[in-house]
Write a protein that binds this ligand. Sequence first.
Ligand code: GLV
Ligand code: MN
Ligand code: MN
Length: 430
Amino acid sequence: MRLADVLPVPVVGWAYPAAELLLARAEQLALMTEEPGRITRRAFTPTMREVQEQVAAWMHAAGMAVRRDNIGNLIGVYSAPTPNAPTLLIGSHLDTVRDAGKYDGPLGVLAGLACVEQLAVRGQHLPFNLEVIAFVDEEGLRFHTAYLGSEALSGDFEPAYLRLTDDEGITLADAIRAFGGNPERIAQDRRDPATLLGYCELHIEQGPVLESNGIPVGVVTAIAGQTRMAISFRGEAGHAGTVPMQLRRDALCGAAEFVLAVEAYTRASPDMVATVGRINAYPDVSNVIPAEVAISLDVRHKDNSHRQLVCKLLLERAQHICITRHLSLDWRIVHENLATPCDPALSDILGAAVQQAGYPLLHLPSGAGHDAVAMAQITPISMLFVRCAGGISHRPDEAVQVGDVASALDVLHRFVHLLAADQPSLATEA
Ligand code: GLV
Ligand code: MN
Ligand code: MN
């Protein structure tokens, strides 16, 4: 039996209005921002609370039991009729980068909600609990790390993270407390793998593959590994008008040389991407030679050993630059994860749902990171990508077509039904 044959193909007249509603909701959430005129929503802020309260109200209205866990993830549960049923998690994040688009993160949360709403209007329940999770921190904008929300569930959240500080000097522990969470109990957020069927995340592609193939949705094969570092170059401050050029120890010149070296190394390395996205100069004054420069470095590749080798070479290059310029160097890894394959069995079911809905089945890797990376530590993961305009993301002009969102909702709905039909074999394999 092919999975695609398990259920007859129903008419999906509901999906288009559901997609319209989803997009209207995404517009509404986009108005909840810390910076008027731009979408910026950091974790553990009053703005994050506002957005969670709105999503929680929609979850309640859909008949879900709603709670917030100790780190502050918002969780809505649509329960199975039977006790002790396993749980399928559907989720994504509600935090954003600075000056973000409307769909990176919220699309996946709202899709999970739409899936439950469709079940609820039909009075349908599944043989598993369906939990919709809105992770509180994925992008890492506030504490310059990543996946804090999903790592709480996977058990990878390290207590030392609680001492991280944001740009105002507020510790993560205090931010979680102010948000209403309990940093001392985050270990209790860890989910027991034995209770889970899997995790599914729907996300905009953030790249051009689906668009160039003329296909609305695709099934993700694997998520690239990444290393994020904080690197500091230290030199010596001095008067901009009096210190001769050959006597300077200019930290910003050293950092600039390094940034260009990063670009040159990675351009020469197929499939490698590396980005210096943050730069802070001290004392940050136009007539003082920069004494200290802190930068971020984000390196990604599908091959772990290749990424690690390039990180090593780049750090050697930074050391060399510092020796020749009489600077000192400090660096630390703030986040690292291995390339993460999606689960073949769960992805096959997702692929069957794509085909059953009448779309060509296209598999593609993800260069972007996702909460699915952390969730893979405790449960099988699968991801459905939705075509986005020009592959644009992490920018305010992120855009999706309502028809593509309808296709994705249709696929997600079929996926949960196929999973329900396939549950005994999946449970046996797990
Ligand atoms: C998350 O969006 C990431 O890939 O950095
Ligand atoms: Mn993102
Ligand atoms: Mn995202």
